[in-house]
Design a protein around this ligand. Sequence first.
Ligand code: DGL
Length: 266
Amino acid sequence: MNNRPIGIFDSGVGGLTVVKQMFKRLPHESIVYLGDTARVPYGTKSPETIKRFSIENADFLMKFNVKLIVVACNTASSTSMEELIKHVRVPVVGVIKPGAKKAVSVTRNNRIGIIGTHTTIKSRAYEREIKSLSRDIDVVSKPCPLFVPLVEEGWLLEKATFAIAEKYLASFRRKSIDTLVLGCTHYPLLKHVIARVMGRKVKIIDSASSVADEVNTILMSMGELSGGEGKPRHRFFATDAVEHFVRVGEKFLGTKIQRAERASYV
Ligand code: DGL
């Protein structure tokens, strides 16, 4: 048993979709969440810059004596895992592997679509991971950058959102994929729009829930799940604009954020 917290970081509020799944799957675990709101978005930045940010974020979380770090950001997971694993002494879980694994187990026609930020798609991290699990799978990828501001603006059901989704996703329909991975923290909030545009035959994979399963498996195998005595204690940090983080973040988390603190290392 290990009652130390789990550290989770993202470029901003989006990673709270992962925290939401962690709360469901691992209700006894304490969580320290860090949103790097001062430097968001990561999705348009270079891998070198994101690597540097990721190391700084991990260093901040390590100060809380975390037992494991979750890289909730797809862009950071697709560029910085090697550096992070070398840098910290605790297990590091990214979102790419669990999402890829789930997609491979779900596809029937071996045609998988991936959507994410520019940097995530350019890194081809999902593609590499999927191909390492099964060489016979065709992967079709597309960046959908406008989905991020739409979600932050709360435009989840607007006509414009459907129109943008239609435009982005049309090429997937032509390629007859049967599985689509939501490779960005923000996209689970548009799941209903994306599912409607893609049609009922396409399964939508939200890597957030696969990540929570992966964390559970790792902690269980190490005998490091929390003992469950007492209430878990969660802390939320943002590197800037804490009030905005709370306001938007509650939509991602689906519950109230009682208190968020400013992380001042940036
Ligand atoms: N968190 C990022 C991701 O999952 C999306 C927002 C950003 O570009 O920073 O890729």
